[in-house]
Design a protein. Structure first.
Length: 189
């Protein structure tokens, strides 16, 4: 029902409610990283409806043939690249420590390249700024101070922040499908 409404706030609340209602442990879905939320939700779906699902996917070798592929949800996991770090060196002695986006951070974020939306996500995920021995905690910074700090970042700094988001853990699964027309095997993420 929440998905049909296309209201992101309603979808967010539904995710949180399902996790709260189905998990015995006292967890707060609003502070869990999104990849953990997705994993928990996928596991709940697997236990409630079944671990195997059938997806209809498009073969990438011809971009027209569709095939059914069975996915075992127990085989889907969180993947992280080896060079990932949440500490971003901005300059000699100045480091930005990021936290992973959570359910609350996703509100209003479209992810479609809108600069204001991207800057907001960066601001939401700043955890600390280390300047030599001095540590500035996000909670102690005003919005203006954080805006000014982000505005002062170089293009290289933004690229490194982008790398944090690109390489952060993600819920991924690779399936191999064979195109019945071309007989070629394809991997689909």
């Amino acid at each position: 029902i929440a998905q049909e409404s296309e209201d992101n706030k309603q979808i967010e609340k539904a995710f949180a409610q399902i996790i709260n209602d189905c998990i015995i442990d006292d967890i707060d879905p609003y502070i869990m990283p999104m990849f953990d939320i997705e994993y928990v939700f996928l596991q709940l779906r697997g236990k409630s409806v079944g671990e195997k699902i059938t997806l209809n996917v498009l073969c990438p070798d011809d971009n027209e043939t569709r095939v059914d592929v069975e996915v075992d949800l127990d085989q889907v996991g969180i993947q992280q690249t080896k060079d990932h770090t949440n500490v971003i060196e901005l300059a000699e002695g100045i480091n930005l420590v990021m936290r992973y986006p959570n359910l609350g951070d996703m509100q209003g974020f479209t992810g479609e390249g809108e600069m204001k939306s991207i800057f907001e996500m960066i601001k939401r995920c700043v955890h600390e700024i280390h300047n030599g021995e001095t540590v500035h905690h996000r909670i102690d910074m005003s919005e203006k101070e954080l805006d000014d700090f982000i505005d002062s970042m170089s293009t290289t700094n933004f690229e490194n922040v982008g790398k944090f988001f690109e390489t952060m853990p993600k819920l991924l699964h690779v399936v191999e499908v064979k195109n019945p027309k071309t007989k070629k095997k394809n991997e689909i993420v």
